[in-house]
Design a protein around this ligand. Structure first.
Ligand SMILES: NC(=O)c1ccc[n+]([C@@H]2O[C@H](COP(=O)([O-])OP(=O)(O)OC[C@H]3O[C@@H](n4cnc5c(N)ncnc54)[C@H](O)[C@@H]3O)[C@@H](O)[C@H]2O)c1
Ligand SMILES: O=C(O)[C@H]1O[C@H](OP(=O)(O)OP(=O)(O)OC[C@H]2O[C@@H](n3ccc(=O)[nH]c3=O)[C@H](O)[C@@H]2O)[C@H](O)[C@@H](O)[C@@H]1O
Length: 343
């Protein structure tokens, strides 16, 4: 029985996996659904899962913030399938594992249609849990450090219940993810579903949308375009940035391990937004200007994961430091923006 956040779990057994898993003569591939697999983290996760020849990967995505381009190397591959699908509608397929990532992640995009964002988090997660229940699949939810809101304890441990504004402009996302976590545990206790919950902290890397609006992609694109780096006031707010390959490694370990979570997955290296801008300036364009601009409501003032649980329970910790990850993302942005290195 999985351990960690499920101390109150009843001993209800999980639904049976597909009879294919017990077949004597033909061991079918593991069929893995990745919702939101055309997005930034999802497409890197798909790359990693496809490396294993025993995996078949099915992506379901509505392309709101993701793109087929992120998956182009897999389109047509016999172990890969891409479905245009909105998770707010039921999905009837046969799978063994579900990585449930579908949800816009950049504040600009999740605030664009907040009602849709909360439907994606609540109805979308209900639909994926319903699917997990019918086919006996294990399901992993990519939750977020935003469940801690503007945290009053620092660094954030999984036992902290958070400081979230329930009626603010970010609530569609952070309260949406909190309800999604609740649904996961209710399905686990009531129906025995095998669940995994990752609380992801700010992740960056190649393939982020150039105009995604999140801070690392903004600063790198601005530096390459010779536009001022826009630090939102006061600039002393902190974030901890995790490189995407580390994140994918953590998610797969969580899915394959015995712990339900929630488990923080992030890089504890903490930077103010002014420090981040200075790093980008130094590494990418020493001539670029740094300016202070207005912030948006409810911006968390500090954020840093306590990753003791991830270390102990998953044997995971991040390997890529910010100053090593930024140049890798710079190369990708240069290619996509058509800005050569020696400009
Ligand atoms: N990147 C981060 O720093 C971060 C931090 C915390 C949590 N997360 C979570 O990780 C997941 C992936 O984030 P990302 O950074 O790759 O974001 P992303 O926006 O690049 O990817 C999200 C994907 O979900 C798809 N999607 C959105 N709504 C959908 C719907 N209703 N039906 C089907 N598909 C839908 C999008 O088209 C996109 O491909 C999200 O659940 C996000 O909340 C990300
Ligand atoms: O990791 C998380 O848990 C969450 O982090 C992010 O939310 P946020 O930290 O607000 O991400 P950004 O929009 O990148 O902002 C980070 C900080 O940079 C600042 N910022 C942003 C953009 C910019 O141009 N300049 C700037 O200074 C913001 O004010 C904020 O303080 C993600 O977008 C969420 O999807 C994710 O769930």
């Amino acid at each position: 029985m999985a351990t960690n956040g499920d101390q109150q779990a009843t001993p209800k057994p999980p639904p049976s996996p597909s009879p294919l898993r017990n077949a004597k003569f033909f061991q079918a591939n593991m069929r893995i659904l990745v919702t939101g697999g055309a997005g930034f983290i999802g497409s890197h996760l798909v790359d990693k899962l496809m490396e294993n020849e025993k995996n078949e990967v099915i992506v379901a995505d509505n392309y709101f913030t993701g793109s087929k381009d992120n998956l182009k190397k897999w389109i047509g591959h016999p172990r890969f399938e891409l479905i245009r699908h909105d998770v707010t509608e039921p999905l009837l397929i046969e799978v063994d594992q579900i990585y449930h990532l579908a949800c816009p992640a950049s504040p600009i995009f999740y605030k664009y249609n907040p009602v849709k964002t909360i439907k994606t988090n609540v109805i979308g997660t209900l639909n994926m849990l319903g699917l997990a229940k019918r086919v006996g699949a294990r399901i992993l939810l990519t939750s977020t450090s935003e469940v801690y809101g503007d945290p009053l304890i620092h660094p954030q441990t999984e036992s902290y219940w958070g400081n979230v504004n329930p009626i603010g402009v970010r609530s569609c996302y952070d309260e949406g993810k909190r309800v999604a976590e609740t649904l996961m545990f209710d399905y686990h206790r009531q129906h025995g579903i095998e669940i995994r919950i990752a609380r992801i902290f700010n992740t960056y890397g190649p393939r982020m949308n150039i105009d995604d609006g999140r801070v690392v992609s903004n600063f790198i694109a601005q530096a390459l375009r010779d536009d001022p780096l826009t630090v939102q006031a006061p600039g002393t707010q902190t974030r901890s940035f995790c490189y995407v390959s580390d994140m994918v490694d953590g998610l797969i370990r969580l899915m394959q391990g015995d712990n339900t979570g929630p488990i923080n997955i992030g890089n504890p290296g903490e930077f103010t937004m002014i420090e981040l801008a200075e790093n980008v300036k130094e590494l990418i364009n020493p001539k670029v200007e740094i300016i202070m601009v207005e912030n948006t409501p409810d911006d968390p003032r500090q954020r840093k994961p306590d990753i003791t649980k991830a270390k102990e329970l998953l044997g995971w910790e991040p390997k890529v430091k910010l100053r090593d990850g930024l140049p890798l993302m710079e190369d990708d942005f240069r290619t996509r923006l058509g800005v050569p290195k020696n400009k």
